[in-house]
Design a protein. Structure first.
Lengths: 294, 426
């Protein structure tokens, strides 16, 4: 079991902020936690990672108790940027993680390049913009190649290019077998990222999921449409041309990863991957009608 | 653990506050060295007045010799002859002394001082004048002779002004006999000033610097410097501590690493002071004699001598233990209150309260178990504290034991508090 949260209850003074949450994740997937402010998303993630205590329930991550610090060898948690040390550089942060997790420091450059922060890696964090800090936070949580990645509002402060890049990285991680639980307010981005969405309302998890009503269709933006057409036709991979630089692909016998690999192997670079499915916003509107009308 | 300590050091080193404080500290060290250097009595400062004093004496001798030639009465002649003899002896002795000083023949000079002190001491013993507090006490002369012998044997250059035992005071030399009280006090003040010798050599500068710092002031400085090491990362709130809490590190190791870091930084600052002393001493004077004798008081007017190097090592050891003890208190209050200023305030208040309680309980048999008694490190090692408070149990060894036990007790309390906090949070 990757994630096992049973009957998790958390009280702040007399207010119940988590009302018996149950989450079971057995196979790698991307799960989005969606809900209005104060619905308990961050509290849930903090409880799962032992940053907050709770009164009732049980949490096990990758088969271990959540209080066991050794889980963080394989579990990463992207939190808000207040955990960064302003006087240290991005490199210092990554170096520290490498050292405590016995990862070779040579990986720092590799991760920084993947995230696109190599230019300011040696700058002090206090000189970083919000987006740069998010880049660093992302680098910090992926450097250990986690099996489970928890993310609290990872898209905060990211410009569109960075948001696209982050989405691409997350999809790659998912393809590599990482389970990702991500909380976000950005419903469009969530739509592009996953079709498994857990809505949170007043501390309760509404097990509404778009999983069953979603298709596995993707819109993939590439740099060379003609070359892509040629390669895909040669390999008999079904696709549709949906734009000047965009092709449509539906996962059937051929996985998304195989599709991506086919393009990459022929030097066709992928600029964006967008999952097509029933809109999270539509479902959100249905579930949170009261809040929206008030 | 070492990885964490390294990260902690990096964090502290990169803060502007720490760097500013280091610069301020170095400026203070440099400023104090300038002060010590300016107050150091040099050889020429000693020989010049002696030479100046010789001239009037030589003139007087000439006049007396002429007067003797013209004198007619026997009584007058006899008086003049005695005066001339005295003046000739004085001039001869002074010239010898100046010569020895200029040659820096300390062996011969020390020999003179030893003989003088021993003769004086012997006459006091004969007169049974052994347990007074009037200068020079027998203790003064005996210790002065012993110190001089120690220096002679180990080929050590004495500190100046070298005005025999008149520039040397002990704990027991509390008053001088004079015609008026005001004059006695004035003489005593002058002698205190003379006995307060400065030297710009490395070892003596370090001795003075550490003597000044190894007290409540020094402890306060270190607490001020590292007071927020536990709490500044937002213990109990959102903050960088959450980075550490989401790494494969046990929480007790995080606290332990901060403790080790505090101790390492304290040690680093002390080592910096030593290195600074050696450098400035070597550049502007010399390193000095690490075996220079320090007087250690014993019970019932007994004494021993200790080399200054050994003394400083003992002092650093005790001060580090005091810091260890104070950091345990700081850490305890930090994990309870989770607020830097509150924790720091409570730590300082506890130390002050402990010191006051220690003074109040000084006559009680348990008083030497109170760790706060030992914050005046130099006085503890020389046993002056034991003499002042009339409690012979206030020794260096008892201090080390009390501080160690007290630190262990606070560490156990920290463990229990952390354990309870973890239990409550789970």
């Amino acid at each position: 079991m990757i994630v096992e949260v049973s009957n998790l209850k958390k009280r702040y003074k007399k207010q119940m902020v988590l009302k018996g949450i149950d989450i079971q994740v057995e196979t790698p997937q991307i799960i989005a936690l969606v809900g209005p402010n104060g619905s308990g998303k961050t509290t849930l993630l903090n409880c799962m990672t032992n940053l907050l205590s709770f009164q009732e329930g049980k949490v096990r991550l990758l088969g271990k108790k959540h209080t066991d610090a050794s889980i963080f060898q394989q579990v990463s948690y992207l939190q808000d940027n207040r955990l960064l040390y302003g006087n240290l550089t991005g490199y210092d942060h990554l170096e520290f993680i490498c050292r405590v997790q016995n990862i070779p420091t040579s990986k720092i450059k590799e991760v920084a390049m993947r995230v696109g922060m190599e230019k300011y890696l040696k700058k002090r964090v206090r000189n970083y913009s919000l987006g740069m800090k998010q880049h660093l936070l992302l680098s910090m949580v992926i450097i250990n190649e986690p099996k489970l990645l928890l993310m609290d509002e990872p898209l905060n402060g990211l410009d569109p290019t960075s948001a696209i890049n982050m989405r691409k990285i997350l999809l790659e991680l998912y393809q590599e077998g990482t389970t990702i639980i991500v909380s976000s307010h950005n419903l469009d981005e969530i739509d592009r990222l996953t079709n498994t969405i857990y809505f949170m309302k007043n501390g309760a998890l509404l097990k509404e999921s778009l999983q069953d009503i979603s298709s596995k269709k993707y819109l993939i933006t590439i740099n060379d449409i003609e070359k892509a057409k040629k390669v895909l036709n040669e390999k008999n991979i079904p696709f549709t041309v949906t734009g000047e630089y965009q092709v449509g692909f539906e996962e059937t016998d051929i996985s998304l990863q195989s599709f991506i690999d086919s393009l990459n192997d022929n030097d066709i670079s992928i600029r964006d991957i967008e999952a097509q499915k029933v809109g999270a916003e539509k479902r959100y509107r249905e579930l949170f009608e009261e809040e929206l009308s008030s | 653990m070492l990885k964490l300590v390294r990260f902690e050091i990096k964090k502290i080193w990169n803060t502007t506050f720490f760097r500013i404080l280091l610069v301020v500290m170095l400026l203070f060290f440099a400023g104090y060295y300038v002060f010590v250097y300016n107050n150091t009595t040099r050889l020429e400062d000693v020989t010049k007045p002696l030479e100046d004093a010789l001239q009037p004496m030589e003139l007087s001798l000439e006049e007396n010799k002429k007067a003797l030639e013209l004198a007619e009465e026997d009584i007058e002649k006899k008086e003049l002859e005695e005066t001339i003899e005295f003046e000739e002896n004085y001039i001869k002795e002074s010239k010898t002394e100046i010569e020895l000083l200029q040659e820096e023949n300390w062996d011969a000079i020390l020999q003179i001082w030893i003989e003088e002190a021993e003769q004086y001491a012997e006459s006091m013993r004969i007169n049974n004048d052994t347990h007074t507090y009037t200068f020079p006490t027998l203790f003064n002369l005996e210790t002065y002779a012993a110190i001089s012998k120690w220096m002679q044997e180990k080929d050590i250059t004495p500190l100046l002004p070298a005005d025999r035992h008149f520039s040397y005071l002990t704990f027991y030399d509390r008053e001088v006999i004079s015609t008026s009280r005001a004059e006695a006090e004035s003489i005593m003040e002058y002698m205190k000033e003379l006995s307060n010798k400065y030297s710009s050599t490395s070892i003596h500068y370090l001795f003075r610097l550490l003597g000044m710092c190894f007290s409540l002031i020094g402890v306060a400085f270190f607490l001020f410097l590292l007071g927020d090491i536990v709490t500044k990362e937002g213990l109990g709130r959102n903050g960088p501590i959450n980075l550490l809490h989401t790494q494969p590190i046990k929480r007790r190791n995080i606290l332990a690493s901060k403790f080790f870091t505090a101790m390492l930084i304290s040690l680093f600052i002390l080592v910096s002071a030593i290195v600074f002393s050696i450098i400035v001493g070597s550049v502007f004077d010399r390193i000095g004699d690490w075996q220079y004798p320090v007087l250690i008081y014993g019970e019932d007017r007994t004494f021993t001598l200790m080399s200054m190097g050994a003394f400083l090592i003992k002092a650093i050891g005790m001060f580090m233990l005091i810091l260890f003890f104070c950091y345990t208190i700081l850490f305890l209050f930090s994990i309870i209150t989770k607020r830097a200023l509150v924790a720091l305030g409570l730590t300082v208040a506890t130390i002050l309260f402990g010191t006051l309680v220690g003074e109040e309980l000084i006559t009680f048999s348990i008083s030497h178990y109170i760790p706060f008694q030992y914050f005046s490190v130099f006085e503890v090692i020389t046993n002056e504290l034991a003499l002042t408070l009339e409690n012979s149990n206030l020794t260096y060894m008892n201090g080390m034991i009390s501080l160690s036990i007290a630190s262990l007790v606070v560490l156990v309390v920290i463990y229990i508090v952390s354990f309870i906090q973890t239990k409550i949070s789970n």
